[in-house]
Structures are given as C-alpha cells and as structure tokens.
Design a protein around this ligand. Structure first.
Ligand SMILES: [Zn+2]
Length: 54
C-alpha cells in the first residue's frame, strides 16, 4: 500500500499515513495529533531506496 506524507497546518507536524488509493481518494485525512483536517499532502519521491525492474 502506498504511504502519504502530510503536514498539518494547525500544529505544523508531519505525519505519514498508509492508505489504499481508493481510501485516499475518498476520505480527507485528519491530523492524528490535533484532529485538524487542515493538512497538506507533501509530494515526496517514494522510490528513494533501490528500485529495480524485473
Ligand atoms: Zn495537527
């Protein structure tokens, strides 16, 4: 499952959630700390580690 990185605009904390793509599209993510929905998704390259084809 893909992971998504977010930053909460309320408490300025970063957090990572693991969601299926359909879950991600359906539901708004809330901050696990302060429950704010004022979160921004951080676009990070998630193939940081070695990725090999085949
Ligand atoms: Zn927060």
């Amino acid at each position: 499952m893909p992971t998504y990185d977010y930053r909460c605009e309320s408490c300025k904390k970063k957090f990572t959630v693991v969601q299926s793509i359909s879950q991600h599209e359906k539901s708004r993510t809330a901050c696990p700390r302060c429950k704010s929905r004022d979160v921004k998704q951080l676009i990070t390259p998630f193939l940081v580690k070695t990725s090999r084809k085949s």
